[in-house]
Design a protein around this ligand. Structure first.
Ligand SMILES: Cc1cc2nc3c(=O)[nH]c(=O)nc-3n(C[C@H](O)[C@H](O)[C@H](O)COP(=O)(O)OP(=O)(O)OC[C@H]3O[C@@H](n4cnc5c(N)ncnc54)[C@H](O)[C@@H]3O)c2cc1C
Length: 535
């Protein structure tokens, strides 16, 4: 990945540009109106790519006239964007996604052409992968790329035929990255707007993110020059798509954090102004400990994990598919949950449009679906981490656990025990052949995502003097300690594990110890609630 982190003042300037632009051009009343009308403000989306605003330059390398921001910078931009409007953020995400195959797969000459055009002309890009019969299973795609040769047999052009489904910016893009089946395998092609035979199909009327355009893209005998084959070699498309998952899923994870934060902030603000039964909602422990604190904790865990993955990417680490999946799974589920709870926290007013939380929740709903559904993330996490636990004989989580042992102040030893329990259970599930059940993989994946985010949160809280973050780390440690044990034991008992093996796992779960580790939980929740509402 040829991206490096910006200087903090440069990043601040980009975020400031975004905030000013959105405040000036897309204030809340306008966005609520567009949402009601199911309207994508195309001219304003284009304005975000104009030289004056140029937000897209953040994810284009400096060598191709971009700013060349790193993963951390892109995370911060996505997080900020989603806090304002996830629909408009999705239009920008599509530009980044559509540019990715070019950034990762194109030759230098191709990049000099396409990347520089995207940077300098502010081209609106779309990522055309999904098809009616190829959703989660991309390999099932049926769009074809047929070779056209000259008299000497040299390939001069490709002819594309097929239908792409649910494409963000589908009806308004200037440039499309289209995945199609060529004779030597699945490949990406760059297709320009206006190429005969390329046209938008059905416009989708959506549950949320209505400020983004989503449409089918129909390709009927679309003839493009052979040099538009990304990388110049057929059959590299899936490799190119996989190569960026660590990065692109981090972007959607940042969206989850952003919408969740926006929803929680509104719930907190409302709880401080709404009185029922003679006191403010924020003074009611049942309210704060159900609707505010748990969401703040899950979002803190998501944030710590996103920042951990961003730092790995910025240090040049590759092959971070599992980490990208954990970040996306955890943050988007947490963001959506926070948005649903924000409606509840506003009572009847939350169900109506004026407080925005119902729009935030409708918008957030897409996050567990696009860029790989939550279930696909669970599959990736479960299969890969199980393999790593078995192959390393438990050392994969053993090392993480060892790092946490000294971090007493933030629940480190509690998470360390949970990490070891998940690891030992995963190995037992593999040996007992329980991992042949997809349900086993999914349940293990959820526990793995929980313990790994708890590991990241403990480490982040240990380096901080913020009492709220430290309390959140201890609360998440307590939660994960019980939930991972309960989920895995239920799974093992339900799958018919033999009595002797089950007794062994129950002994390892050590319930009396796990319950003893809950000491202080209520005090921490009181502290977190007080800090959240006092800011
Ligand atoms: C608003 C919006 C914008 C989008 N933008 C784009 C875009 O710009 N470009 C693009 O290419 N695509 C885009 N998509 C497509 C999106 O990525 C797909 O919708 C998504 O990958 C799921 O595919 P599907 O809808 O066909 O669902 P399916 O794959 O049919 O899945 C249906 C359900 O089955 C589950 N499932 C599927 N496979 C398995 C399995 N092996 N095990 C267990 N459960 C499974 C899924 O998790 C899901 O719950 C967009 C979609 C929407 C709605």
């Amino acid at each position: 990945m040829d991206l490096t982190r910006l200087a903090p003042e440069e990043l601040d300037s980009v975020l400031g540009t975004l905030r000013d632009f959105m405040e000036r051009e897309m204030p809340l009343q306008k966005r609520l109106e567009w949402d009601k009308q199911d309207h994508c403000p195309e001219s304003l989306v284009r304005a975000m790519l104009s030289p004056e605003v140029a937000l897209h330059l953040l994810f284009i390398p400096a060598a191709y006239d971009g700013m060349g921001g790193g993963a951390y910078d892109v995370y911060r931009l996505c997080n900020e964007f989603a806090q304002i409007d996830l629909g408009v953020a999705t239009a920008m995400l599509a530009v980044a996604l559509g540019t990715d195959p070019i950034r990762v797969g194109c030759t230098h000459e191709q990049k000099m052409k396409w990347m520089r055009r995207i940077a300098n002309e502010g081209l609106l890009v779309a990522y055309g992968v999904t098809e009616p019969e190829a959703g989660s299973n991309v390999e099932n795609l049926s769009t074809t790329a047929e070779r056209i040769t000259d008299a000497s047999g040299k390939i001069t052009h490709y002819r594309l035929n097929g239908v792409k489904q649910f494409i963000s910016n589908g009806a308004i893009a200037d440039l499309y990255s289209i995945l199609a089946r060529a004779p030597e395998g699945i490949s990406f092609f760059v297709v320009e707007r206006g190429t005969p035979g390329l046209q938008p199909g059905k416009h989708e009327i959506k549950h949320g993110i209505r400020l983004s355009n989503t449409a089918q893209v129909v390709l009927e005998d679309v003839v493009i020059p052979a040099e538009n084959l990304v990388g110049g070699v057929e059959g590299q498309g899936l490799k190119q798509a996989n190569a960026v998952f660590g990065f692109t899923r981090l972007m959607v994870a940042a969206f989850g954090l952003g919408v969740g934060t926006a929803a929680l902030q509104r719930a907190i603000a409302y709880s401080k102004q709404r009185k029922q039964f003679d006191s403010y909602l924020c003074e009611k422990q049942g309210y704060t400990h159900k609707l505010l604190v748990p969401n703040s904790v899950r979002l803190a865990a998501s944030k710590a994990y996103i920042e951990y993955v961003a730092s790995l990417l910025d240090s040049g680490k590759e092959d971070l598919q599992v980490e990208g999946s954990i970040a996306k799974y955890m943050s988007t589920e947490s963001g959506f949950k926070a948005s649903e709870d924000a409606i509840q926290a506003h009572g009847g007013y939350g169900y109506c449009v004026e407080y925005e939380v119902e729009k935030i929740s409708r918008d957030a709903r897409i996050l567990t679906i696009y860029e790989g559904t939550s279930e696909i993330q669970q599959l990736i996490i479960g299969i890969n981490r199980l393999r790593q636990c078995v192959k390393s004989k438990g050392q994969w989580y053993g090392q993480m656990a060892a790092e946490l042992e000294p971090l007493n102040q933030v629940g480190g030893p509690i998470v360390a025990k949970a990490l070891r329990f998940v690891s030992e259970s995963a190995i037992a599930a593999f040996r007992q052949k329980l991992s042949k059940h997809q349900h086993t993989l999914f349940e293990l994946a959820t526990s793995m995502a929980e313990v790994e985010t708890a590991h990241a949160l403990c480490k982040s809280a240990a380096q901080s003097s913020d009492p709220l973050l430290q309390a959140q780390a201890r609360i998440w440690a307590s939660e994960v300690a019980l939930s991972s044990r309960a989920r895995i034991l239920k799974l093992m008992a339900g799958a018919g594990l033999d009595q002797a093996s089950l007794q062994q796992i129950i002994a390892k779960a050590d319930w009396p110890d796990a319950l003893a580790d809950q000491a202080g939980l209520l005090k921490d929740m009181d502290l977190a609630a007080q800090k959240l509402v006092s800011d």
